[in-house]
Write a protein that binds this ligand. Structure first.
Ligand SMILES: [Zn+2]
Length: 75
């Protein structure tokens, strides 16, 4: 099964084992390819270090969510 990726525009395999469930998880699985997801994971690590992200705070979780949607072109 492949999906049309909203970020790179290619028809590719979706990512495996994403840490999101529900509506967001579905949108990722149906609109992001594994390659772009991998890029996001790398970027996420950089952002976490750069901004000293603490995912136990809502503010930081919201920040990462905004970055994720922006990077993966999720509306
Ligand atoms: Zn892609």
């Amino acid at each position: 099964m492949t999906v049309k990726c909203g970020r790179c525009g290619n028809q590719r395999e979706p990512p495996q084992d994403i840490p999101y469930v529900g509506e967001l998880g579905k949108r990722i699985m149906s609109g992001v390819c594994a390659e772009c997801w991998k890029e996001w994971e790398d970027l996420q690590i950089k952002l976490m270090n750069e901004y000293k992200v603490d995912l136990s705070t809502k503010e930081h979780r919201d920040l990462m969510m905004t970055q994720l949607k922006d990077f993966l072109k999720l509306k």
